[in-house]
Design a protein around this ligand. Structure first.
Ligand SMILES: [Mg+2]
Length: 229
């Protein structure tokens, strides 16, 4: 008997890629990066993404702090164009952190699905994002209204797939693992993370990525949840 549904936030409900891209395009204009020596906005974003991913991996492994991640990813992207300006990188990084979370692009059917599920289940969030940023995203996108418990990795001190964050969320929601489903786009983090403590997992795979995971439930669009639950 399922009573609780837990959602991941970034890339599951909140369209991280779209919101990030819109923000970067705007900031490249605002900070006049073309005049400062980058070739095209798209190429700069490509380079940024490579550095961002590498630094995020280090952050996930607790090898760097978030303050370091925020400026350094832009510093390294600018350095590829021989722009050595740590103040610019710092300001750009700060503006990105301020503007990206107020962007509101969501995956199709987010509100419809949450409205539908809210009538039948308690809904909650478990996210690996930063505490202050994730709450801004939820408020700006009008999502906070649906969720009873919102747990961030920063608040718990460990990230998914660490069992502790799932256990903390269950405790907050006063839920037992076998009454719960977790839905997320990152298979090892969201689905295996949930399954290891006895919750069911639903793999959200909107880009239809090929994979070899054996999954009980895989969906390509959030609207499929209305047939499943
Ligand atoms: Mg995610």
């Amino acid at each position: 008997m399922i009573k609780h549904i837990f959602f991941d936030l970034d890339r599951t409900l909140w369209d991280f890629e779209k919101n990030s891209h819109t923000t970067l395009l705007q900031l490249i204009k605002d900070f006049k990066l073309i005049e400062k020596g980058i070739d095209t906005a798209d190429n700069f974003i490509k380079k940024y993404k490579i550095h961002n991913e590498e630094l995020w991996q280090l952050y996930r492994e607790d090898k760097i702090k978030k303050e370091e991640l925020r400026g350094k990813r832009f510093q390294l992207a600018l350095a590829e164009y021989d722009i050595d300006d740590s103040e610019l990188a710092e300001q750009f990084g700060l503006a990105y952190i301020q503007q990206s979370p107020i962007k509101t692009a969501l995956f199709p059917y987010t509100h419809e699905v949450l409205l539908y599920l809210k009538k039948k289940y308690s809904l909650h969030i478990i996210t690996n994002g930063f505490e202050e940023v994730q709450h801004i995203k939820l408020a700006s996108s009008d999502l906070a209204q649906y969720f009873d418990v919102i747990v961030t990795s920063e608040q718990v001190g460990v990230k998914k797939p660490n069992a502790k964050i799932f256990e903390f969320a269950l405790e907050q929601a006063k839920a037992k693992p076998d009454e719960c489903i977790m839905i997320g786009d990152d298979f090892p983090v969201d689905v295996l993370g949930a399954e290891q403590i006895g919750m069911q997992g639903v793999y959200f795979n909107p880009n239809k990525l090929a994979h070899k995971h054996s999954v009980v439930h895989e969906i390509f669009c959030l609207s499929e949840l209305m047939a499943l639950l």
